[in-house]
Design a protein. Structure first.
Ligand SMILES: Nc1ncnc2c1ncn2[C@@H]1O[C@H](COP(=O)(O)OS(=O)(=O)O)[C@@H](OP(=O)(O)O)[C@H]1O
Length: 405
């Protein structure tokens, strides 16, 4: 072989090495790697091929529109072996007290769905996330004899929906993950949340005495709530006019900024009135738009949790379709048992599965009419913005406490 022949062979080898590397990495990965950041190098492909026990993350570029402090907090954990097999394919992310337990329990009756063994709070609590995916995997090791292949794992932790770290961390875990968010009438949610805090403070389950800050009885809670609604309403008006442009759009944008920077009314430290924290948990539009930064709309399902009390098959059919399960659970899967005013699951052998005793606290309690009205007034523009502008669907028919008027 002559001098030119040798040079031709060497340049062909270099070219084919370059083409191979380029095929493994996408254009962005390559560019980043040239610039010295090779964390993303073929990570997803290595995972598919199962070549290493742990792989370096993240598989996706971090979002560009997060405050630097949050970017730093995300701290992606490496994925682990056999991840494709055990990891959840969908997650119920909230909303706390909206019927997430009903969604989780009823889905657990599906022959191809395997629930996690508890609420993991893995993606929003650093003390769990920093233990890595080996720790998270433990939630999915339980064996179910009655489940059929192919099965899919799922998890629910009802406070993921309002977390800054959960969406990017989940996307890092699996960019095709399906999300289910159960929202509900904020007036009933406020009552349920109070009763939840009261029960768990009284039984010593909660370490901090939140109850003393919001009202030790339902009566005193309502006295405080009346005052908070007034002060909070004025605060929101200020934000709308001074930080937004006086419109609802502007208010939502300003609140989104406040959410991302953990300011009042979202940051625990920045919000001295703890009732405001309960109320801002109902600004679903703010949270949902944040999730939209990380997942496409067709992976984000929102259902009305109020339906779990009357027609649970409706949200169940929507959820099964969304996560790719057969529509096994339908109207015939539910029964209203004598003496119980909530639907329970009934299987082919006539076994009945009702939700545990800590669900249904709010069903025989209510708030005073003036409080109900004031809360509806506060939430109506937010709920309408969420349904019409964000989800592009008809308004929710939320009128808790006003049904018979
Ligand atoms: N079928 C059925 N059976 C029992 N309870 C039902 C059902 N469907 C919805 N609900 C309502 O769900 C409320 C609890 O919501 P969550 O499960 O999301 O609560 S939690 O965040 O997990 O603590 C719970 O709120 P409370 O009434 O305040 O307990 C119920 O009203």
């Amino acid at each position: 072989m002559g001098r030119y022949g040798k040079a031709y062979t060497i340049s062909n080898v270099i070219l084919s090495m370059y083409v191979t590397v380029f095929c493994i990495m996408n254009r962005n990965e390559l560019k980043q790697c040239w610039q010295g950041d090779c964390r993303n190098f073929g990570a997803a492909k290595l995972l598919d091929m199962g070549q290493r026990e742990t792989i370096a993350g993240p598989t996706l570029e971090p979002s560009t529109s997060l405050p630097p402090a949050i970017e730093a907090e995300i701290d992606y954990q490496p994925l682990v072996e056999n991840f494709e097999i055990w990891s959840p394919k969908f997650i119920i992310t909230g909303v706390m007290k909206c019927g997430t337990g009903a969604a989780h329990t009823f889905l657990g009756e599906h022959p191809n769905a395997i629930p996690a063994s508890g609420e993991a709070y893995f993606f929003n609590k650093d003390k769990f996330y920093t233990q890595g995916f080996t720790y998270y995997r433990k939630y999915f090791l339980r064996r179910y004899r009655d489940k059929l292949e192919p099965f899919i794992h799922y998890e629910k932790s009802p406070t993921y929906y309002r977390s800054l770290t959960a969406p990017p961390r989940m996307r890092h875990m699996n960019e095709t993950l399906k999300i289910v968010n159960v929202v509900c009438d904020n007036v009933k949610r406020t009552l349920s949340r109070y009763l939840h805090i009261k029960t768990h403070t009284d039984d010593g389950h909660f370490v901090h005495n939140h109850l003393s800050l919001i009202g030790t009885t339902l009566e005193s809670f309502q006295v405080n709530l009346r005052n908070t609604i007034k002060v909070f309403g004025a605060f929101l008006e200020d934000v709308k006019n001074n930080e937004g442009d006086g419109t609802m759009d502007g208010l939502i944008k300003a609140l989104t900024y406040r959410f991302k920077y953990k300011m009042r009314p979202f940051g625990i430290r920045a919000t001295p009135d703890k009732i405001e924290l309960i109320l801002s948990d109902g600004f679903y539009a703010v949270f949902h738009q944040y999730w939209q930064q990380f997942f496409p709309d067709d992976q984000l399902l929102v259902v009305d949790g109020g339906q779990f009390l009357k027609t649970p098959w409706e949200p169940m059919i929507e959820i099964q379709k969304h996560v790719g399960l057969s529509e096994t659970i339908n109207e015939s899967s539910f029964v209203f048992r004598d003496g119980m005013d909530v639907p329970c699951f009934i299987d082919a052998q006539k076994n009945v599965n009702c939700l545990g005793g800590d669900k249904g606290r709010s069903l025989h309690k209510t708030l005073d009419l003036d409080v109900i009205r004031a809360l509806h007034e506060l939430y109506r523009p937010f709920d309408n913005y969420f349904s019409q502008k964000v989800l592009k669907r008809a308004s929710w028919q939320w009128n808790y406490g006003l049904e018979d008027l």
